[in-house]
Design a protein around this ligand. Structure first.
Ligand SMILES: [Zn+2]
Length: 80
């Protein structure tokens, strides 16, 4: 994948956590607040008590952007 900002080749990797990985709109929220409690939130990887959570992500080392393709169902590694 090439970076949409600078066209540099991006590296495939993962972001993983021992908590649910989610995007929440607006300001910082309590760390243990699940996305389901907030309007307009998006769960990137549901929590598995065995595996934690993990999502595929691409890093551009040139402009230091990280991209997660939320439309790709395979980006949530707990769905695989
Ligand atoms: Zn870039």
């Amino acid at each position: 994948m090439t970076c949409p900002y600078c066209n540099y080749l991006m590296e495939e990797g993962i972001i993983q956590s021992s908590q649910e990985i989610s995007w929440k709109k607006g300001i910082r929220r309590p760390i243990f607040g699940r996305a389901g409690f907030y309007d307009d939130s998006l769960v990137l990887s549901k929590l598995s008590l065995i595996k934690g959570s993990a999502v595929k992500a691409y890093l551009c080392r040139k402009c230091m952007k990280v991209i997660i393709d939320c439309a790709d169902e395979k980006s949530d590694l707990n769905q695989c």
